[in-house]
Write a protein that binds this ligand. Structure first.
Ligand SMILES: NC(=O)c1ccc[n+]([C@@H]2O[C@H](COP(=O)([O-])OP(=O)(O)OC[C@H]3O[C@@H](n4cnc5c(N)ncnc54)[C@H](OP(=O)(O)O)[C@@H]3O)[C@@H](O)[C@H]2O)c1
Length: 270
């Protein structure tokens, strides 16, 4: 019940989506699992051409079969987007592909207390590579092509970027916030070039990403299908961002009660 109130069905007229995405080339990063995969499946209903990127080749191949059996076509690229050389090679492959939509979705989350991170600087570099540097690099490589198609870029972000930084989540929070800031700081210049830009601030979505966290299994979360439809809605409309409806109600409370929460966490720390 609570889940339906927090995450009501997405009203998305199929005709509207079709009008916007039909015959368009759509690049989705992180398409092998979760939200990216569901988005690819949803968009494959509308005669699209999908460029699908992630590391897990067999998952991408399975997805390609499904997409191509619908009305759509696809190309898949098994690329580790954390790796700069692989990114350069990938950008060179697709920079003349006339991309109409770029969905920056690939990401990694991490929760780790500071004292368990002292010998884990690689957590910081890995997470930044995929959540911050990869989308920046892809944008820089594709801006000329996106300017030609008057394309649209969607940043798949997280609602926590809009709240005070929670303890134990420093690396994820910093990397997602870094790209959010980079993206928004460039919006005026991108819009001037003819590109549209939107950011989707997701709450919890029930994907592989949240599986390691036991607490998250008991709280309501958006389904990946619903999340995919939210992205499709943003693709087919003019809104600059999506936030869950309750964000505006709870945001003041989150900020107000955050100092108390800090005290509780501090008291629990050994
Ligand atoms: N789930 C949530 O609660 C939640 C909430 C807010 C925001 N988000 C955001 O939503 C986006 C999608 O996450 P999800 O929930 O769908 O998680 P997911 O199921 O774990 O999917 C993440 C996707 O990113 C790809 N990826 C990860 N590292 C990569 C790399 N180095 N190179 C290429 N691709 C890589 C993964 O593919 P491979 O492993 O095959 O490479 C996978 O396809 C992320 O940006 C995340 O930050 C999620």
């Amino acid at each position: 019940m609570l889940k339906h109130i927090l995450f009501p069905p997405v009203l998305l007229p199929q005709n509207k989506v079709r009008r916007v995405v039909e015959d368009k080339t759509i690049l989705i990063t992180g398409a092998s699992f979760g939200i990216g995969k569901e988005l690819a499946l949803y968009l494959s209903e509308f005669q699209t051409h999908l460029i699908l990127v992630a590391r897990t080749k067999d998952k991408l191949d399975e997805l390609k079969e499904l997409v191509d059996s619908k009305n759509s076509t696809s190309e898949v690229y098994a690329v580790d987007l954390r790796n700069e050389n692989e990114r350069i090679e990938f950008i060179n492959c697709i920079k003349n592909s006339s991309v109409d939509f770029l969905i920056l979705n690939a990401g990694k989350s991490i929760r780790r207390p500071l004292l368990e991170s002292l010998d884990r600087f690689h957590d910081v570099t890995r997470t930044n590579d995929i959540n911050y540097l990869a989308p920046v690099h892809l944008m820089l490589g594709l801006i000329p092509s996106l300017a030609q198609t008057k394309g649209k870029v969607i940043n798949v972000s997280a609602i926590n970027v809009l709240y005070p930084p929670p303890p134990f989540w420093s690396v994820y929070q910093a990397s997602k916030t870094a790209f959010d800031q980079w993206f928004r700081a460039n919006e005026i210049e991108l819009n001037k070039l003819g590109l549209s830009t939107s950011t989707i601030y997701f709450p919890l979505v029930r994907t592989r990403m949240i599986e390691p966290n036991e607490k998250y299994q008991k709280v309501p979360a958006m389904s990946p299908v619903q999340a995919a439809k939210r992205i499709a809605k943003l693709m087919s409309g003019r809104r600059r961002s999506y936030k869950p409806w309750w964000h505006y109600t709870i945001a003041p409370f989150v900020w107000f009660f955050f100092p108390i929460y800090r005290l509780i966490v501090k008291a629990k720390l050994k």
